[in-house]
Write a protein that binds this ligand. Structure first.
Ligand code: MLT
Length: 190
């Protein structure tokens, strides 16, 4: 089974997504870091200048750090670094998107819940064989739907296998979409 990389949202911590990761893949090990940036006391995975406007230099740096953390953890805990699937929510989904676009090969796949474009790459990576589920809320006040659509386009342009699902909700997750994520995972990774 792949190792699940759990990536929380702004203001969350490493405990938040463990139940979801376990629901999606009960027998997987879960690697769950806490974001290293604090925004008014709230942990995040990279800095932002304003809501939805990212500090791209910090994003680049933090994405590299996270890739290094995954490699170091694989050596330390003896899991296969070529079989890591991210499950990220909101800010966690956005750093997962950044990992996919800037460090191809680090993730075998990703479940990105409420994602947007983290940055516009100059050149697209080769993500052949990488499976990505994007799960979006049609009425999300924080994540503009065109940005989720654009992320899908970027990932497909990178040859990833992408599934985008829309839900009649806002930024919070619905039980139904978590069940859908578990089914999607079973189809692609077991
Ligand atoms: C971000 O900053 O990554 C997005 O705006 C989502 C969030 O609020 O965390």
């Amino acid at each position: 089974m792949p190792t699940m990389l759990a990536l929380h949202g702004t203001g969350g911590d490493e405990n938040d997504l463990i139940p979801l990761a376990k629901m999606i893949s009960p027998t997987s090990a879960v690697l769950s870091p806490r974001g290293r940036v604090l925004e008014q006391g709230m942990p995040r995975f990279f800095r932002r200048i304003a809501e939805g406007i990212f500090d791209l230099e910090d994003l680049r740096l933090r994405t590299g750090e996270l890739a290094g953390f995954i490699a170091d953890s694989a050596a330390r805990y003896k899991f296969d670094p070529s079989r890591v699937v991210a499950v990220g929510y909101s800010n966690g989904a956005n750093i997962a998107g950044s990992l996919l676009l800037s460090h191809p090969g680090v993730l075998a796949g990703g479940i990105l819940l409420r994602p947007m474009v983290p940055f516009e790459p100059d050149t697209l990576p080769d993500l052949s064989g990488t499976h990505v589920l994007l799960s979006a809320g049609r009425h999300d006040p924080l994540i503009p739907p065109p940005s989720t659509e654009r992320l899908k386009t970027l990932l497909e342009g990178s040859k990833a296998d992408v599934t985008l699902t829309w839900h009649e909700t806002g930024h919070s997750l619905l039980p139904r979409e978590m069940e859908q994520a578990a089914r999607w995972f079973g189809q692609h990774f077991s």
